[in-house]
Ligand binder design. Structure first.
Ligand code: GLU
Length: 261
């Protein structure tokens, strides 16, 4: 019996050492998150179905949050080891830069320009820029915007897309930039602008009895998970998660759950 125990201990030590030698240590960017015990993610809190904080429950939920949970699960084996922080189009980049968040999952469109500054995962969803107008405005399509005033958000992809499309269609528009989406809606309500334009998903949060979102979409906004350029191991892990969600059909299920499919 003693012989057998000695053999067993010896075997376990051997296997333990063997396993230890095979498992690569975590890269510093991932180890830092593990040591902290929580993944910090910047999310929207005012975009229904993507990142929306329910004023009644105080819970932030949506497709972006579900993707964040999948990343937390990959790192910790526990999707709840997640801390979300509210971001806007303007604040999300700086929050990544200064390390206050590990990731931004916040309707963040992948562009060549942004790829110079951040790692982006493959796209996990595609939305399009839409137009929110007053029902009484008689604006039914992009062409009707000739001579009109359009409100967009600073640091959003919208301005460039609208300007290019207006040039292509030979119409003249005046674009006003605002710091936040509620400011654009207020400007629309007080008729300082004729149109509120951004991704349709974001417009949905501002739709009311007096307004309508036109069917037309002006672009394909592909959303990716962003990380700090230097966090390369984290970027790879995140991209693996996005692709696993796609291949397993889980991403489709999540989109369905939020009424996005
Ligand atoms: N998705 C667009 C962008 O990344 C709209 C801005 C936003 O997400 O708030 O520029």
């Amino acid at each position: 019996m003693r012989k057998f125990t000695t053999f067993l201990v010896g075997l376990m030590t051997f296997l333990g050492l063997g396993a230890g030698a095979c498992i690569a240590a975590d890269a510093p960017d991932i180890q830092k998150i593990k040591d902290r015990g929580v993944l910090k993610v910047g999310v929207k809190v005012d975009v229904p179905k993507f990142g929306y904080k329910d004023p009644k429950t105080g819970v932030t939920e949506g497709l972006d949050i579900d993707v964040a949970k999948a990343v937390a699960k990959k790192i910790f084996g526990d999707e709840n080891k997640l801390e979300t922080q509210a971001v806007t189009a303007k604040t999300r980049g700086p929050l990544l830069d200064n390390g206050e968040v590990d990731l931004v999952i916040a309707t963040f469109t992948i562009t060549e320009e942004r790829k110079q500054s951040y790692n982006f995962s493959d796209a996990y969803y595609a939305d399009g820029i839409g137009l929110l107008v007053k029902k009484a405005s008689k604006i039914n399509s992009f062409k009707d915007l000739n001579g009109r005033k359009i409100g967009v958000a600073q640091s959003a992809t919208t301005k460039k897309v609208i300007q290019e499309k207006a040039n292509n269609e030979g119409i003249k528009v005046t674009i006003f930039e605002f710091g936040t989406y509620p400011e654009i809606k207020t400007a629309l309500d007080s008729r300082r602008i004729d149109v509120f334009s951004v991704d349709a998903s974001i417009l949905l949060g501002y739709l009311d009895d007096t307004t309508v979102i036109l069917d037309e979409r002006l672009s394909a906004e592909e959303y990716g998970v962003a990380s700090k350029k230097s966090n390369t191991a984290l970027a790879k892990l995140v991209n693996d998660v996005v692709n696993e969600l796609k291949v397993s059909g889980e991403l489709d299920k999540i989109a369905q759950k939020w009424g996005l499919k």
